[in-house]
Design a protein around this ligand. Structure first.
Ligand SMILES: Nc1nc2c(ncn2[C@@H]2O[C@H](COP(=O)(O)OP(=O)(O)O[C@H]3O[C@H](CO)[C@@H](O)[C@H](O)[C@@H]3O)[C@@H](O)[C@H]2O)c(=O)[nH]1
Ligand SMILES: [Mg+2]
Length: 259
């Protein structure tokens, strides 16, 4: 039974499956003790056949095909549930998360409950081709998550967690796009048990991003739920009322200067 599991949510990613698998197994320290699980939402694009071929070549890779559910977070939860490993790493299929960094996650997971891949470290650079609009959205989204966690990249989808802590996390939001943030808040992991691994965020070369306007709405909804979870509904309403009052006072003051 594998001790290390790599979970990859995948939707229409056939062309990325082979390079990810070969690069991952070439990189890990203990390939015989490592399993790779794709969680595909019935893409029907040849992903299953590609995985079968890789299996026949001897790679410890599998694919779960979901036909009734869809969504990034719920796919990751399904993969974590089915995984055999004690140490779990989640990464994207599109090679924006370099497989060569996975051993650093497993290494850090031996002494930490949670390991977050970060794009915001002096050691790494963000790919200069990452579109400006994505950088702006990412910065805004990060700022909004600031009160929830101290980690440097709460939007990251490249992370590792010990299986025991997945079991501990209750009511994880399967709708959201930001599963790492949800687990960080709901598994109640102390900051002393969280490590960060810097990585350079690449550019997708094959296939398309699934980030749509709807995903951003889901994110705001997820944030609302996490704020209430962490601070309680009463505190959230009071803070909103104070902010609204401050905004009215500021507008009043500005109007008095102009008029
Ligand atoms: N099974 C399944 N997989 C999905 C779904 N939606 C997306 N995925 C998979 O989830 C991964 C990330 O999707 P992308 O569409 O490539 O996301 P992105 O916009 O590049 O977003 C990335 O950057 C964010 C930070 O800015 C990360 O938070 C996010 O996890 C992801 O890494 C890919 O492997 C994609 O196939 C879905 O509905 N179902
Ligand atoms: Mg991507």
């Amino acid at each position: 039974m594998a001790e290390f599991s790599v979970i990859v949510p995948a939707y229409h990613e056939r062309a990325n499956i082979r390079p990810l698998t070969t690069r991952l197994f070439a990189a890990v320290d203990e390939p015989k003790d490592t399993e790779l699980i794709f969680v595909d939402d019935n893409s029907r694009d040849g992903s299953v056949e590609e995985v079968e071929q890789l299996k026949a070549e001897g790679y410890n890779v599998d694919i779960i095909v979901r036909t009734k559910e869809r969504g990034l977070s719920s796919a990751v939860i399904r993969g974590f549930t089915d995984a055999h490993g004690k140490y779990l790493v989640c990464m994207d299929a599109d090679l924006q998360h370099p497989p060569e960094r996975v051993p650093a996650f497993f290494h850090a997971l031996k002494s930490n409950a949670f390991v977050l891949g970060t794009r915001y470290s002096p050691e790494v650079s963000m790919d200069k081709d990452w579109p400006l609009i994505r950088r702006v959205i990412s910065a805004g989204a990060r700022m909004l998550a600031r009160p929830l966690t101290t980690v440097s990249d709460p939007m990251s989808g490249f992370f590792g967690i010990q299986k025991d802590y997945v079991v501990k996390a209750k009511n994880v939001n399967a709708q959201g796009f930001k599963i790492a943030l949800d687990l960080l808040v709901k598994a109640e992991i102390p900051s002393s048990m969280i490590a960060e691994v810097p990585f350079s965020f690449g550019v997708r070369t094959v296939g398309e991003s699934k980030l749509t306007g709807k995903v951003m709405v889901y994110y705001l909804d997820q944030l609302k739920e996490l704020y209430v979870y962490k601070f309680g509904a009463v505190t959230c309403v009071l803070v909103l009322l104070v902010l609204a009052a401050l905004a009215v006072i500021a507008l009043w003051y500005l109007a008095s200067l102009v008029l």
